[in-house]
Design a binder for this molecule. Structure first.
Ligand code: PLP
Length: 393
């Protein structure tokens, strides 16, 4: 019913992912196949496009404001995660990255330590460093079965450090695609609660969960955790609306919510764009079957990648896709230096992937591939990578 196989030409649309100059800057070639930045090459759900066309055709674009999209979001969260959010708990920011920067500015002081779990989405590190705070990396451990785990002993040690005031959680985790279990999340929430460490839970990928897995919002795992967790969610990854810039910040604790709102007011950060409201309403109210269909398509893309490498180049390990549309690939057994690996993948194979090292030194030797594109592009990229690697190994 949806045409996910169709290639939509994104050239000359100001797309960061496809811009030749940006590709040249990042990968040293301007004509590589871009499977990096986390947006999708698919057209949005029909209801969203219709809603946006309607706003565009109206022709008047003055200041706007509504709470209708809040209702749509709350219904969605209740339906999908069985979490009844109260409307007064909600604030908006133009994006999740803005939200966690504001959280750092609001609840921590310069010099404080913020725990993150590298390799992790690189704007986490940037937000901490740019605000003059310090990174405390509870680096993930890769176990013998090739699955990432949390080093709880180290986590607790870091949480107990009096200089640590915040934990920035990535749940589900980008880039390693772990969907944290109830037990793992509860354990982290308890340690943070016991040590007075505020949790900011980035759950932007919460809707992108693969068959057999379940996402639990961290704040819902115990009554005593709720007021110690700031939850960040958004329609941007779920419905391919990143360019709309909207995120929901859930803060049940009134004092904390007022503090966050104050920081927003200090820079007059708000959302007044009607395209944003209408697209979010159409997404949450009328696009659920599109999401189910895109999840299925992406899961099949993942199976294709996993099977292709298993057959053609088993030395490259494709990690399990538990959540997100980003697959984590392990090239370490090729024994290439970081420069050699980048040369092979970016310049020789001409495939633009996120370098694993972008997510912290723990990611060196890995790469992250974006699976949210037509199968034909995935096939071309896989073939180019295998051909490129076989030339040197
Ligand atoms: C974990 C995570 N947080 C935040 C974002 C971006 O959020 P936004 O575009 O809403 O600022 C991404 C995008 O890839 C992400 O993976």
């Amino acid at each position: 019913m949806y045409k996910f196989d169709e290639i939509v030409d994104r050239s000359n649309t100001s797309s960061i992912k496809w811009d030749p100059e940006i590709l040249l800057e990042n990968f040293g070639v301007e004509d590589c196949l871009p499977l990096w930045v986390a947006d999708m090459d698919f057209e949005v759900a029909p209801a969203i496009k219709e809603a946006l066309v309607k706003v565009a055709e109206h022709g008047v674009y003055g200041y706007s404001g509504t709470t209708k999209h809040m209702d749509a979001f709350m219904n969605w969260v209740e339906r999908r995660f069985d979490w009844a959010i109260q409307s007064e708990w909600l604030l908006n920011t133009p994006g999740v990255v803005t939200a966690f920067n504001v959280a750092i500015q609001t609840y921590t002081r310069p010099g404080d330590q913020v725990i993150i779990q590298r390799p992790v989405y690189y704007p986490f590190t940037d937000a901490i460093v740019n605000n003059g705070r310090r990174v405390s990396s509870n680096s993930l451990i890769l176990n013998n079965e090739g699955r990432y785990e949390i080093d709880f002993e180290d986590f607790e040690k870091r949480a107990k450090d009096p200089n640590t005031t915040m934990f920035l959680l990535c749940s589900p985790h980008n880039p390693v695609s772990r969907l944290w279990t109830k037990e793992e999340l509860s354990k982290m929430m308890q340690i943070c609660k016991d040590n007075n460490v505020l949790v900011v839970s980035d759950e932007i990928h919460a809707d992108f969960v693969m068959p057999g897995y379940t996402h639990y919002p961290a704040a819902t795992l115990g009554k005593t955790y709720l007021d110690n967790v700031i939850t960040l969610m958004a329609p941007s990854k779920t419905f391919n609306l990143a360019g709309m810039q909207l995120s929901y910040v859930v803060i049940s604790d009134e004092v904390k919510r007022q503090q966050f709102a104050r920081t927003l007011e200090q820079s007059s950060i708000g959302i007044v764009n009607r395209f944003v409201f209408e697209s979010a309403i159409a997404a949450y109210n009328d696009s659920e079957d599109w999401l189910e269909a895109v999840l299925e398509y992406i899961h099949a893309n993942y199976n294709y990648v996993r099977d292709y490498f298993k057959k053609e180049l088993p030395k490259i390990t494709i990690h399990e896709l538990e959540a997100t549309y980003l697959v984590w690939m392990d090239f370490r057994s090729l024994d290439l230096t970081l420069e050699e690996l980048s040369e092979v993948i970016f310049k020789d194979a001409k495939v633009g992937l996120d370098g694993g090292d972008w997510f912290g030194p723990e990611g060196e030797g890995f790469m992250r591939m974006n699976l949210a594109c037509p199968r034909e592009i995935i096939e071309k990229a896989c073939e180019a990578i295998v051909t490129g690697v076989k030339k040197v190994k």
